[in-house]
Ligand binder design. Structure first.
Ligand code: BT5
Length: 254
């Protein structure tokens, strides 16, 4: 018994002092048949991954690095929706646990006062039209101090400690997070994406504001107009509604 009130998420937990990347280990376990809801958690990561080959700073003893193996009965094209399930779970868990005001930023960031406190990295393995496993990777800066952040961050960053002035118990926060995640994942499987989308939009920053999206090959500016049914970002660029499937969003104040 690990004090969890979950039915399947984190019934099997692999806890490491250090791994290369909890996502990498969870993907391997997923391919080898690990049970639905298996969690890989580590105190430190030597090669924590972000998107597009970026790195996730993962110092020891201060943060949460967790990856959850799921086997959802959904078509592969729906798997990106699970990023929104995990984003809502992380933001709601932070808010109810700490009283802070965490928000979600499209597509995979968790922010407090416009500073990045957490990041999500979901990876899928699929065979033809069937999802074999999805790994939800969650990195959350809990008690990280200012000097533990890399100096070359793309985006201002924070931790729960830096935003609140107090240290937080990581295990209790992790339990709370897994419970939220399980609840929202069930809601997603039973009721579909719509209720997740509604909760995501109520937690989202910059609704209605002018933002700039870096799509890698180009940049586009427009008013943030919400998400479509698949989770793509809708941008009102001078009357034309643009759909954005991937990119980095930041507020554009002029
Ligand atoms: C992400 O990527 O935000 C996804 C991060 C996912 C990390 C978790 S930890 C558990 C699991 N196992 C893994 O190996 N990964 C997942 P992206 O949107 O690409 O943002 C990466 C960028 O965020 C980097 O290029 C840095 O600029 C910045 N960054 C790196 N470490 C950070 C940190 N600890 N806090 C805030 N920002 C950070």
């Amino acid at each position: 018994q690990n004090g969890l009130h979950t039915r399947f998420i984190a019934r099997n937990v692999y806890a490491f002092d250090q791994v290369d990347s909890t996502n990498h280990q969870a993907m391997l376990m997923g391919e080898e048949g690990a049970a639905d809801g298996t969690v890989v958690i580590a105190d430190a990561q030597s090669s924590g991954k972000g998107r597009l080959g970026r790195r996730w700073a993962s110092p020891a003893g201060v943060n949460l690095y967790a990856s959850i193996v799921l086997r959802p009965p959904i078509a592969p094209h729906r798997a990106p929706q699970l990023t929104f399930v995990s984003a809502v779970a992380v933001a709601q868990a932070i808010n109810s646990f700490s009283g802070l005001d965490a928000r979600v930023k499209w597509p995979n960031d968790i922010l407090i006062d416009d500073c990045k406190v957490g990041g999500l990295l979901n990876e899928m393995s699929a065979e033809s039209e069937r999802v074999h496993s999805v790994v939800l990777g969650i990195g959350l800066n809990v008690n990280m101090t200012a000097s533990q952040f890399p100096t070359d961050l793309r985006y201002p960053a924070t931790s729960l400690f830096l935003s609140s002035g107090r240290k937080w118990p990581r295990a209790a926060l992790a339990r709370h997070l897994f419970e939220k995640l399980e609840q929202l994942y069930h809601q997603y499987l039973n009721e579909g994406f719509e209720p997740i989308l509604q909760q995501w939009e109520s937690l989202c920053c910059w609704q209605g504001r002018v933002v700039e999206v870096d799509r890698g090959t180009d940049r586009i500016r427009g008013r943030f107009a919400g998400l479509d049914q698949t989770g793509a970002l809708l941008l009102d660029a001078g009357g034309t509604l643009e759909k954005i499937y991937s990119g980095d969003v930041r507020p554009s104040d002029d």
